[in-house]
Design a protein around this ligand. Structure first.
Ligand SMILES: [Zn+2]
Length: 358
């Protein structure tokens, strides 16, 4: 698609650094009003394929300078390393089908210092304006163009990472009015210049990652969910066998999944493995739960097991506490009762047929 850029003054007030007359500029398109905070909005056209390898080359006749090439390649590596999902990857390849250009041929909008197009599933294009490009707010300075980058320069690696994020599917993050959550995303309407916080951000932020995870899914079932997400989980429990002889053993199996809401896109129903799920028990008719222990990983992803040997009936439940370091919520399973009797133990033992049974 073609990127159109509206003048910054027509969209929202330009917030300027005190010492820099025009520190903040629209990087490319503005994507409408996103909900404040939360995961980045998504662009039209949908995601690329999971782990699709998008190969880029330099646009013939509009090749970046050596320093800008290095920055763009670094941004591609940043995207690949910090996507925390099966988002598409970016790889430089002289024979790649996706051109990245630099210079006066840039087709960005009037205030855009960089821009992109994306066409799923085919590919993308990207442009960065040339060093010294004159905007009505001032002259573009790429930090990479200097041995000692001056105040007010734009980091081309950060700006290219914003563009790679757009190519994936990300729209600009909706910040709080005071921008206190600016560092939650590198995909921002307004890029910052040196030395404002975030000017040289070289990773996707947690709210960029949240949307990449929803759109592309997790790399593994043990991987952490972005703290910018707020996903409900479902924890269930079963006992096998549910009835055992006195002194016999049953295995409690818990299953932990992400609840399958449509709004979770690809994350709904995911097994959640490698977490701390604890088993609790109580005698039937009592109120207080006692912790038995942490359950072990079961054979299937997202299952947890613990064997129990019992002398009398017991009730069990499992608890997954809300973790502090990821965006999934805890859950407690329904209660399961295990019955203890004698019948199974006496099968084939004819001289104890008077043993009590339940
Ligand atoms: Zn942008």
């Amino acid at each position: 698609m073609t990127i159109s850029t509206r003048r910054a003054t027509t969209t929202r007030p330009i917030r300027r650094l005190a010492s820099v007359a025009a520190a903040l500029v629209i990087l490319s398109q503005t994507f409408g009003d996103a909900a404040a905070h939360g995961p980045d909005p998504v662009l039209g056209g949908g995601p690329f394929g999971q782990n699709q390898d998008l190969r880029f080359r330099w646009r013939a006749g509009s090749e970046p300078t050596a320093a800008i090439k290095t920055a763009i390649k670094a941004a591609a590596a940043d995207a690949n390393a910090t996507r925390a999902s099966k988002a598409a990857t970016f790889t430089y390849d002289a024979a790649g089908s996706n051109p990245i250009g630099y210079g006066v041929g840039a087709t960005c909008g009037v205030n855009g210092i960089a821009c992109f197009t994306r066409t799923v599933p085919t590919g993308f294009t990207m442009w960065l304006r040339e060093q010294g490009h004159v905007f009505d707010w001032g002259t573009l300075k790429w930090c990479q163009a200097y041995a000692s980058p001056p105040t007010g320069c734009y980091d081309a690696e950060t700006v290219a990472l914003d563009e790679f994020g757009h190519v994936e599917v990300l729209g600009h993050h909706g910040n709080y009015a005071d921008d206190s959550d600016y560092l939650d995303a590198v995909v921002q309407t307004y890029s910052r210049t040196k030395p404002a916080a975030g000017w040289n951000m070289h990773t996707f932020g947690r709210c960029d990652v949240a949307t990449l995870q929803r759109q592309y899914d997790m790399q593994t079932w043990t991987a952490k969910y972005s703290t910018c997400l707020d996903l409900s989980t479902d924890l269930t429990l079963s006992a096998s066998p549910v009835s055992i002889p006195r002194g016999g053993t049953t295995t409690l199996t818990a299953t932990l999944k992400v609840v399958d809401y449509d709004s979770y896109v690809r994350l709904g129903g995911n097994p959640i493995a490698g977490r701390a799920v604890s088993l609790q028990r109580r005698a039937p008719g009592t109120a207080t739960w006692a912790v038995v222990g942490t359950m072990s990983a079961g054979a299937a992803s997202g299952t947890y097991v613990l064997a129990q040997s019992l002398q009398s009936d017991m009730e069990y439940r499992t608890v997954f506490k809300t973790p502090a370091d990821e965006g999934i919520n805890g859950d407690t399973s329904p209660t399961v009762r295990v019955y203890v009797g004698y019948c199974t133990a006496i099968v084939g033992v004819s001289d104890v047929i008077d043993a009590p049974c339940i």
